[in-house]
Design a protein around this ligand. Structure first.
Ligand code: GLP
Length: 236
């Protein structure tokens, strides 16, 4: 089941992101949370971090999972999802290395990297919450539109629209991504699905109107029974 709420501005929507995160870490001190990167959740993450620090909330037991990553960039490159999560979540909350499951953006062998992350996720009791944005083309994580959807963690060829993502503006030759697949996404107890930012209107309209289709991977979220979809009314 997908519940939908509409917000007049990014600030109000981000308050809800923060609230869901706080609820999750308070309910289960050992919660595992999968984090998207990008502009959609950013303000919500900042509010969450502030709330945790201001109120001294114990997050030492939680596990953070990085949803996806661009392949081939150094881990320190400011364009990586790694850099984003390090700056916004891992460092400010002092998350220990052992509590952070993260693809290496410059793995020597990406198939091996997929296996490594798979076994780490399998060792968790569950994923309590997955936070997702939507791509301009309807992608979720880096599960791109195409003839099929790969259920497992996998390496993917980036779609032409994805290559124009703002995170990649100062990079060249990024053509692949590595991502959690729908098997893990749909096994998450709860999904917070954020729709905000420019150029998301068509992808979101398709999400609303289409049946489950690989042409718009976000439609796969309709198979889950606990999706909270939060939408910024200003999507253009
Ligand atoms: C990229 C990111 C995803 C993100 C999506 C939307 O693919 N790797 O994690 O959800 O784009 O990004 P944004 O919120 O910046 O539009």
């Amino acid at each position: 089941m997908v519940s939908k709420s509409y917000y007049d501005d990014l600030d109000a929507l981000s308050d809800r992101i923060c609230e869901v995160l706080i609820e999750t870490v308070k309910k289960n001190r050992r919660a595992a949370i999968c984090f998207a990167t990008g502009s959609s959740p950013l303000l919500g993450y900042r509010k969450f971090v502030k709330e945790v620090i201001d109120n001294n909330i114990d997050v030492s037991g939680i596990t953070i999972i990085k949803l996806d990553e661009w392949c081939g960039l150094d881990m320190t490159n400011t364009a990586t999802c790694e850099h984003f999560l390090q700056q916004e979540i891992i460092k400010p909350l002092a998350i220990r290395k052992i509590k952070y499951i993260s693809f290496n953006s410059k793995a020597v062998d990406f198939e091996e990297e997929c296996e490594k992350i798979k076994s780490k996720i399998e060792a968790l009791p569950c994923i309590d919450l997955t936070i997702l944005g939507i791509g301009k083309n309807g992608h979720i994580g880096l599960n791109e539109p195409g003839e099929f959807v790969v259920p497992e963690i996998h390496v993917t060829d980036l779609d032409a629209k994805t290559k124009t993502h703002s995170m990649l503006y100062n990079t060249s030759n990024v053509s692949k991504g590595i991502t959690i697949g729908f098997k893990d996404i749909l096994s998450s107890k709860k999904i917070l699905f954020i729709v905000t930012g420019p150029e998301k209107r068509i992808a979101y309209e398709q999400f609303l109107s289409l049946n489950v289709t690989t042409q718009n991977p976000s439609t796969f979220l309709k198979l889950h029974n606990n999706v909270e979809c939060i939408v910024d009314n200003n999507i253009s």
